[in-house]
Design a protein around this ligand. Structure first.
Ligand code: AMP
Length: 514
């Protein structure tokens, strides 16, 4: 089944609701279906064939949504790219994916200048935020895409590629997790079954990049005829976000990274907004610390669903329903329906009940493999099991999963394992600590030593934080150094880039505590 059927189905269910809202600009469902089918036809006339890759490089815009669905519709493979990537990274992904065309906007067209000539450059209609705010439907034609009569939806195999999800690049070169029509359909069905069935009249607010998590959640939203609101502000700010919820009577916060949720909850004007229509906030993609979850539940009420997933099993490994969250502190929930999850030792054998090991999963959401990267595919997909690279344990009684860390982030100091997350959780209980990241750095005596990077609201002594850790953790887990910083480095999807912090640990020398 072509996953674009969700759009047709959603259009039938929408009951007159708009499909897309971007400031004052509204696109109805019938209009969206028509535009998607015409753009798909135009891509064919441009010479693209089913299976050809189309890179999407633009900020959150209606055109991104249209082209994504035009790719599904025409049997092309979408390669959504975060528009904040460096031109070299963009060039790498375009080349590695073998993209035949790239969609750019005014903000991103410069990156296209350096691409090889065989890559067709398609420019999105110039709709500035100001035009959108006034409600004008600015240009509707895509440069280079010939006008064409609507295309019949392409017949595809379930296993055909639909979306190359390039990993967000917290480590090494990005790899393209190849998601099939079946993977996306399974993700959507699972969302409806285990997160929310999406009642008629729902409206989703997309603030995280549509090229990643929020774009994946277009599928369950559109499949049920919900309205999708995209802020024309172009970049995330808590005030704009809360204002959009109030203005558009948003029912679903489509997907938020924990760092975004924290910023919203801490907004000084939070209490002044009417958020009464909001029924669901989905948070995931990075650890949601207990203190932050508590603060968010206090602010919003029990409407926060935490999910754990990765590009390789899009948005769908475990889920913590809103009602359960505070009863299982530190857990990211239980496997979604249809997900088989095990914890294994390095050699692949099962670990004793309740012990830490690597999380491996299988199910209909698990990717086909990495695009043109058989070596990485063979390392990651073993006998149908996706090796997530995440370390965690299952509660033997109730099956809740507790993620400790990425395997590569575990610190081995003096022969003992320290999971950064447990140190981070303790540091965050200090009222003046806003954000932390704990990393390991080479140490001639201990192998590695624990370094904490801390963003604090007021001046703090490192010794105070170390004492706090000693009061709650084994002494070998306490930070040997604390570095106070104004900000933590984050990648385009809001994840802390620990690799960069490890390179900056020479700063730690100033604060050594022994
Ligand atoms: P990406 O493929 O870029 O979305 O990154 C996925 C990775 O983010 C996972 O493998 C985990 O390491 C991390 N992650 C995602 N969701 C959670 C969560 N709820 N709690 C902790 N880590 C998470």
């Amino acid at each position: 089944m072509n996953v674009a059927h969700l759009l047709v189905d959603g259009s039938r269910r929408a009951g007159g609701a708009d499909a897309l809202v971007f400031g004052g600009r509204r696109t109805s469902y019938p209009e969206l279906v028509d535009r998607v089918a015409r753009v798909a036809a135009g891509l064919r006339r441009l010479g693209l064939r089913p299976g050809d890759r189309v890179a999407l490089l633009l900020p959150n815009r209606p055109e991104l949504v249209e082209m994504l669905w035009a790719c599904f519709w025409g049997g092309f493979v979408a390669v959504p790219l975060n528009w904040h990537l460096h031109p070299d990274e963009i060039a790498y992904v375009v080349e590695q994916s073998g993209a035949a065309a790239i969609l750019v906007s005014a903000e991103t067209s410069a990156a296209a200048d350096t691409l090889p000539p065989q890559v067709r450059i398609i420019r999105a209609p110039a709709a500035t935020a100001a035009e959108a705010a006034e409600g004008t439907n600015a240009g509707t034609a895509y440069s280079a895409v010939p006008a064409a009569r609507p295309l019949d939806m392409a017949a595809v195999d379930d296993a055909d590629s639909a979306w190359l999800f390039y990993t967000s690049g917290t480590t090494g070169r990005p790899k393209g997790a190849t998601l099939s029509h079946r993977n996306l359909a399974a993700m959507t069905a699972t969302y409806h079954a285990d997160i929310d069935p999406v009642a008629p009249g729902s409206s989703f607010l997309h603030a995280a990049p549509l090229t990643h998590g929020s774009g994946l959640y277009l599928l369950p939203a559109i499949g049920r005829g919900a309205t999708n609101v995209i802020s024309p502000s172009g970049s995330f700010s808590p005030g704009d976000y809360l204002g959009q919820i109030e203005r558009h009577k948003i029912t679903h916060a489509a997907f938020l990274a924990p760092t975004m949720l924290n910023r919203i909850v801490r907004d000084p004007q939070f209490a002044t907004y009417d958020l009464s229509g909001l029924r669901s906030i989905v948070v995931g993609g990075a650890p949601l610390y207990q203190e932050d979850l508590r603060a968010a539940v206090n602010a919003f009420g029990p409407i926060i669903t935490q999910m754990y997933g990765q590009g390789e099993a899009p948005m769908t490994i475990t889920v913590m329903p809103p009602g359960d969250a505070l009863a299982h502190p530190g857990s990211c929930g239980r496997p979604f329906g249809g997900i088989d999850l095990r914890i294994v030792a390095q050699n692949g054998s099962p670990v004793p009940d309740g012990s830490d090991g690597e999380v491996i999963v299988r199910g209909a959401v698990v990717m086909n493999g990495y695009w043109k990267n058989p070596k990485a595919t063979a390392e990651t997909l073993v006998d149908g099991w996706l090796h997530t690279g995440d370390i965690g344990h299952l509660d033997p009684d109730d099956g809740y999963l507790y993620l400790t860390d990425r395997a590569k982030d575990v610190i081995i100091t003096g022969g003992s394992n320290v999971y950064p997350r447990e140190v981070e959780e303790v540091l965050l209980t200090h009222p003046a600590v806003r954000e932390v990241a704990v990393v390991g750095v080479p140490d001639s005596e201990w192998g590695e030593s624990v370094v904490a990077f801390v963003v604090a609201d007021q001046t703090l002594g490192a010794a105070e934080l170390v004492e706090l850790c000693k009061a709650h953790l084994a002494s070998f887990k306490k930070p040997r150094s604390v570095v106070f910083v104004d900000d933590l480095p984050k990648n385009a999807t809001g994840k802390i880039v620990k690799r960069q912090l490890r390179q900056e640990t020479h700063l730690a020398d100033r604060q050594i505590i022994r």
